[in-house]
Ligand binder design. Structure first.
Ligand code: CA
Ligand code: CA
Length: 191
């Protein structure tokens, strides 16, 4: 299911009280890493990733080597293969449980959040903004979009495929982290 950004849909969230993942080396939020290994498309080059988890929200901040206006740049138009994918593992099981995907569409951007297994759409409001100038792409959605274990943790990996000529061919793909997932990042527990 494709949903236009900034449009709120009916939220249907299944709360899970099942859980109890094995203890693992987890880190507190916010968690940030530098990603300085440059791909040769500066607008497609992630230089830092920050994941911020709060009692109410999940936020990914992607800092780029060179800014780009994702709503208007030709590299993000409907003919381009440019896309950002964020894979999330919320059950510490190694498998991807959720994926956010964003790409150019006629008239703007299209984005969706799906759950796995099944690649089922999650009806949720996801906001994509560039709050600190065009060098940052921020993806934010409510924590309630995700079914979490107790204690609640998330690890993620980001892939930024970039089509600099908007001809349907991916020129570079930058991964953050470069390999695998971030560590398990802890959510603050509700007080
Ligand atoms: Ca990079
Ligand atoms: Ca990288």
């Amino acid at each position: 299911m494709r949903t236009r950004l900034f449009i709120a849909l009916t939220v249907t969230v299944a709360l899970s009280l099942v859980g109890g993942s094995p203890a693992s080396a987890s880190v507190s939020s916010p968690y940030g890493i530098d990603d300085v290994v440059g791909v040769n498309t500066p607008k497609g080059d992630i230089v830092a990733l920050q994941v911020a988890l709060t009692r109410t929200r999940v936020t990914f901040n992607l800092s780029l080597r060179r800014g780009i206006d994702v709503l208007n740049a030709h590299e993000w138009d409907q003919y381009s293969a440019t896309e950002i994918r964020i894979a999330m593992d919320t059950h510490d099981g190694g498998a991807v449980d959720y994926r956010f995907q964003m790409e150019g569409d006629s008239g703007g951007l299209a984005a969706d959040l799906t759950s796995f297994p099944g690649n089922n759409p999650v009806s949720c409001m996801v906001a994509v903004t560039q709050p600190e100038g065009l060098r940052t792409i921020r993806v934010r959605f409510p924590r309630s979009c995700l079914t979490l274990d107790h204690p609640s943790e998330l690890r993620a990996r980001v892939a930024y495929a970039f089509d600099q000529h908007s001809d349907g061919t991916v020129d570079t793909t930058d991964l953050a982290p470069d390999a695998g997932f971030t560590p398990q990042i802890r959510f603050p527990e509700p007080s």
